[in-house]
Design a protein around this ligand. Sequence first.
Ligand code: GAR
Length: 210
Amino acid sequence: THRLAVLISGTGSNLQAILDAIDAGELPARVSLVLSNKAGAAGLARAERAGVPAQAIDHRGFPDRASFDQAMIERIDAHGADTVVLAGFMRILSPGFVRHYQGRLINIHPSLLPKYPGLNTHARALEAGDREHGCSLHFVTDELDGGPLIAQARFPVAANDTAETLSEKVQAREHRLYPQVLRWRAQQRLQMTDQGVELDGERLPAQGFQ
Ligand code: GAR
């Protein structure tokens, strides 16, 4: 079975969507490890409830980013991971970590990349007067939120949307899109190549997913 290591920092609603999809038989994979850099993260309890190994690893206990990332690598590889899933993991990863999982490291980001890498994406979309907003899944490279796109979900921004309602709308899309993309990975249909992203050997268009 395709093994997923899921990295979180907080609520873990995307983790929950992944666990539910596995439970429902919609995602032929198993979660080998949930790793959080925050000890109290609600996502850890979700993992435990699902009977999945869950660990916290506090970055503050390490002298620098590289040694924290090395400790994460050791834990992830001890459990085995065919795909490393960033699901609300809120720390920047070192080049060594990204290189180690090159081509099997996927992130979800709450904006229509390349718009709004980084934080506060919903407020920034509102401030810019954007008429649409959404989320993006991408393979991770050294460039922050800049790796090749796998899929996006987009929706129109309503006149009365706030950062909070946008966040809810984005998350509803995220919870559908992440299991779908991970299903492609589990079926060995989705790869990162030098050219970009391929699904079934065809270059993936970055857009047009719902
Ligand atoms: C998600 O909306 C995800 O897109 C975002 O954090 C949220 C985590 O929610 N990720 C980032 O902002 C990455 N920089 P969750 O913990 O409930 O899955």
